[in-house]
Design a protein around this ligand. Structure first.
Ligand code: HEC
Length: 385
């Protein structure tokens, strides 16, 4: 747009001076800049297009915005009225304001059905209805709520909303739309709700679970949140283009799911209305773009045990070899290269080992890749249809 020092090469000036019909600014119906204003911009570009220090961008100005979306939530005072549950106090206050009276309490069959549909998305069984109808204890309803909240279906019902924000899908999208195996992430979300994982932890694990100290398999699986983008495996595509599309999509997921903002506007310019600069956008983008990931393989507890055993045996065999053939100089390893300690220690599938266990370890990995959490990078080598 701007070539500092060269107005003749700066598209911006062509646009605002109306020299190029295709670029003509402003859009029809808006007042164009005066000759004098265009002249001043031209002089500014000729002088090197320097932005004065301390100049606030538009986004920085809107940061002072008092728009409700940027005000921290404040707990309101509970209306008086002697209700046990503050929510009831708020509802009663509003009903009073509109001159309405609360309905009488619903019968027990209706209550248990409503509760079950709300919290589990499923109707109660006839036995559950009977049990509640017969329960004459004064806290029967509270007990029912506790029982329903403890159901594993609770996470399935309420995890769905988050899975929508996480763009969860069982296939890759685009033309090939192959099935993908991401159920481990889906289950992680369901379990997170069922075990009441606090919201901050819920977000931390999904955005950077792999970076937590001694990250568990579960915490790595949580990052599936970022890896639910569509994957294009069509022949002839530019893989880097679609890797970038996936990166933008990750930003979008964080924006919409966590910040409640359409951050993608800042992909091309400072956000026009929200306090978000293009620089902020690409700072976060760089964080996400700064990893080398292949698949997150997910192992069952038995498989984890088997892998741990295999890697232990490999370590022992290697130590034994080193003891029997101590290094004598720089290039003592076959091929002149020492096997990477990092890869074999963390047990990655690419671990290069020098023992007869190598093949066994590899085949464990291979058998798991079919159930890996997902493939992040489109495969350029897939033949086109
Ligand atoms: C793919 C890049 C891209 C994205 C994404 C994008 N814009 Fe723009 N936007 C532009 C460009 C380029 C211009 C300048 C238009 C021109 O020169 O005709 C522009 C101009 C504008 C303008 C008018 C110029 C002004 O300063 O008033 C507004 C308003 C605007 N964008 C808002 C948004 C909003 C809101 C979003 C997100 C919903 C968004 N844009 C997303 C590229 C983008």
């Amino acid at each position: 747009m701007i070539v500092p020092g060269d107005a003749g090469k700066s598209r911006l000036l062509f646009a605002i001076a109306g020299l190029d019909p295709d670029l003509k600014m402003p859009p029809e119906g808006k007042t164009p800049l005066t000759k004098d204003e265009v002249g001043r911009l031209r002089a500014w570009v000729e002088q090197g297009a320097k932005v004065p220090k301390g100049t606030e961008t538009r986004a920085a100005q809107t940061a002072k915005s008092s728009h409700w979306a940027f005000r921290p939530p404040v707990r309101p005072a509970v209306p008086t009225g002697g209700f046990q549950n503050p929510i009831d106090a708020f509802i009663r206050q509003r009903l009073d304001k509109d001159g309405l009276k609360p309905s009488p309490e619903a019968d027990r069959v209706t209550l248990v059905r409503r509760l079950s549909l709300d919290l589990l998305g499923l109707p109660p069984t006839p036995e559950e209805v009977d049990a509640f109808v017969r329960d004459t204890r004064p806290d029967a309803y509270e007990r029912l709520v506790d029982r329903v909240l403890a159901s594993p279906h609770y996470g399935e019902r309420w995890g769905r909303h988050w899975l929508d924000a996480a763009r969860y899908a069982d296939s890759d999208g685009y033309e090939k739309d192959k099935p993908r195996q991401v159920w481990a992430y889906r289950d992680w979300v369901i379990h997170a709700l069922n075990r009441d994982l606090p919201y901050d932890q819920f977000v931390i694990e999904q955005i950077a679970g792999d970076l937590l100290p001694h990250a568990t398999q579960d915490q790595r699986v949580a990052t599936g949140y970022l890896r639910n983008s569509m994957v294009n495996e069509e022949g002839g595509i530019d893989p880097e283009q679609f890797r970038m599309e996936a990166m933008f999509d990750r930003m979008d997921a964080i924006g919409k799911g966590v910040l409640g903002l359409t951050v993608q506007c800042a992909q091309c310019h400072d956000h026009k209305y929200d306090p978000l600069t293009q620089q902020d956008y690409y700072r976060t983008f760089a964080f996400l773009n700064n990893d080398h990931e292949a698949n997150v393989a997910v192992y069952s507890p038995e498989e984890q045990q088997k892998r741990a055993d295999l890697f232990r045996q490999i370590r022992e065999a290697e130590d034994d070899l080193k003891r029997r053939h101590p290094p004598t100089g720089a290039n003592t390893w076959p091929g002149g290269r020492k096997p990477s300690a990092a890869t074999s220690r963390n047990g990655s599938c690419s671990a290069r080992t020098w023992t007869r266990f190598r093949r066994a370890a590899r085949s464990t990995c291979r058998s798991r890749t079919g159930r890996s959490s997902r493939r992040a990078t489109p495969r350029p080598d897939t033949p086109s249809s």
